[in-house]
Structures are given as C-alpha cells and as structure tokens.
Design a binder for this molecule. Structure first.
Ligand code: ADP
Ligand code: MG
Length: 332
C-alpha cells in the first residue's frame, strides 16, 4: 500500500459538492504538486488531509492509519499557508518552538530542535527577531521551520510562494525542494502556477472543478494532455476543433487536437516541403518569438527561439510551416 492513500474522498458544504470522489496514492518521499485554477478545490483537499476541515465521506490513510477520526494535532502533519500565520508578538525562535510546545517538547530538547530547524531554512541569525522585522520570504521560511521542527510524517504547503516576488520565489522553490529531498519528507505542494509545478514536482496532480483530471510527471503532463482543459492549462497549446484540424492536416479528424507552439517549425523557402503559411502578427517574449500564423485557413501560434535577427519575420511574410507529427495530441 502507498504511504498516503486517499480513497473516494467527498466534501460538501451544505448542498454544494466541492468534490465527490477524490482518489490518489502517494509514495513515501514523493514531492506531489496539486495544480489547478483558483476555486477547483486544492485548499479544501489539503485542509481535509490536515484535519482542519471535516470530510463528508471516504478515507485518508497515512502509513496505513485512517486519519479521518483523528484531530489535526494527532495526525503528524505539518502545514504551511500562503499567509505565514506567524504570531506577531513572538520572536522567530518562539514561533518555531510553538509547534514543539504543543507536543510537550520543552527545555534543551526544544532549543536544539529549534536551532536545527532554523539552520535548515538558513535563519539561525534571525532567531531573536520579530516577524515585522523580516521580509515576506523570511517569514515564509520561519513558517516552514515551524512545521519542520515537529518532524511531520507529511508536509502540506498551500501556495506558500504565491505572495512573494519572482526572484525570492525561485530561490525558495529550490530551498524547499532541497530540504524536502534531504529529509525524504513526503510533501503535497499546492500551486496555480504551471511553471512552479513543472519545475518542482516528482508528480503533478492536475485538478479541475473538484476532480483530479490527470496525474503524472512534468514531461507527461506537458507533452500528453488528456483533455482540452489540461491542454489549455499547461503550456500554450493550439487547440483545434475537428473541422479546423481536418483542414490543417488534410485528413478526417474525429475529436479535438492540441499542438504545442514550439512543435511547429517555420521555414523561409516557399515551394519546398511543408505547407504555406502567412505571418499575421508576432510578439517578442524575450528568448522566444511567438507568431500568429495562418495556414490552410487555420490560425496557429508558433514559438520560435529568438537566436538572431534572422528569426524575426515581418507581418505578412509568407513562409512554409511543418508540424512534427508526434506532437499532434488528440484530446477529449
Ligand atoms: P482552491 O484552493 O483550489 O482555490 P478552494 O478549495 O479554496 O479552492 O475552494 C473550492 C470551492 O469550495 C470554491 O468554490 C469555494 O468557494 C468553496 N468553499 C471553500 N471553503 C468553503 C466554505 N467554508 N464554505 C463554502 N464553500 C467553500
Ligand atoms: Mg487555495
């Protein structure tokens, strides 16, 4: 059996079902990301696992033990929120020690473990500061240390980086992942940011409207979306209905197809292999130029690596276009 096993989990508020049948398995030491749009049920699922919200049905097993009847403090779970939730009137050290007090760890034992936890997040020097004397990123590291100090069996992180600026976010991503690896700590990380999910996770659970619609590693989610939602949420897929797909590919197509913009190649020679296309517009994204082109009456986005001035083509330019057949995904 897996280390974490969520089995037919249900949650309703009044008559509104937030989710009605969540099933998933997580192995010990895995870093799982719950990815999905705002309101799809990510936080509710995490809160159910932590015991901060009651469940309406189903089971959550952690290391073989059913968590549902247990109060939050008996579950052996650490949780970090976007809002840090630090005590403003306590020093960093006292904030971190708080979790241990709840476990009746005090004195030298507590001091040693708080020191270790602060060292993990590289905040030893800040032990005597108060939260208002620290940056957002530092406060989030304190919140992380406060969870780690209790030596949780499972760590839950609910959008811990969403309130931080881009540079700090990147640094903290790496720090969280490295601590998680060192400790072999089974972790569920919530985000609505696809880049965060793709770069950090062993596996991603993609959620939509209270369902896990796809799970797999970053490569699988990126290259083989199971449905139009997945294709729309990850990457910048071109989604074509069957009529447009049939026009473009010159063959009958039953469902919808999805093609990644970087799987389409533009060439300058007219009359060679490939189909004729016209550039309608372009935007410069920095290292990539994103063209909107028209081919066989169908509009497509095409991403071209911006290597030199020869990669920049004016609007109205006629080009040839070819599509890597292995990159054409049929989606439900
Ligand atoms: P996410 O974290 O993915 O943004 P949430 O889990 O916070 O989504 O919310 C999922 C859905 O549950 C939303 O439609 C939200 O309005 C609803 N919801 C969350 N908490 C409550 C609550 N206490 N009472 C009623 N509805 C709630
Ligand atoms: Mg949320």
């Amino acid at each position: 059996m897996s280390f974490v096993s969520v089995d037919h989990l249900q949650k309703t508020y009044g008559t509104t079902a937030i989710f009605s049948d969540i099933n998933c398995e997580i192995e010990q030491g895995e870093f799982i990301t719950l990815l999905g749009p705002s309101g799809c049920g990510k936080s509710t699922l995490l809160r159910c696992i932590a015991g901060l919200t009651s469940v309406s049905g189903g089971r959550i097993l952690l290391d073989g033990q059913d968590l549902v009847p247990l109060p939050p403090q008996k579950r052996g779970i650490g949780m970090v929120f976007q809002s840090y939730a630090l005590f403003p009137n306590m020093t960093v050290e006292k904030n971190v020690a708080f979790g241990l007090r709840m476990q009746n760890v005090t004195g030298d034992d507590s001091k040693r473990r708080v020191g270790e936890a602060l060292e993990m997040v590289e905040l030893q020097e800040f032990a005597q500061r108060y939260p208002h004397q620290m940056s957002g990123g530092q406060c989030q590291r304190v919140a992380l240390a406060r969870s780690l100090v209790t030596r949780p069996r499972l760590l839950l992180l609910d959008e811990p980086l969403s309130a931080l600026d881009a540079r700090i976010r990147k640094h903290l991503r790496e720090q969280i992942r490295s601590i998680q690896r060192d400790l072999g700590l089974t972790t569920i990380f919530v985000t609505h940011d696809q880049e965060e999910a793709l770069t950090m996770s062993d596996r991603i659970f993609l959620m939509n409207q209270g369902r896990i619609v796809q799970s797999g590693d970053a490569e699988t989610l990126y290259t083989a979306p199971v449905d139009a939602f997945a294709a729309g949420f990850i990457g910048n897929y071109n989604l074509l209905d069957s009529a447009a797909a049939a026009l473009l590919l010159e063959r009958p197509v039953e469902g919808r197809i999805a093609i990644r913009p970087e799987a389409i190649t533009l060439g300058v020679s007219i009359g060679g292999a490939g189909l004729e296309a016209e550039i309608l517009s372009h935007s410069l994204l920095g290292n990539v130029i994103r063209y909107r082109v028209q081919a066989r009456g169908v509009q497509l986005l095409v991403d071209v690596l911006n290597r030199s001035a020869t990669d920049l083509h004016p609007n109205g330019q006629r080009m040839t276009l070819s599509i890597d057949p292995s990159a054409i995904c049929e989606v439900a």
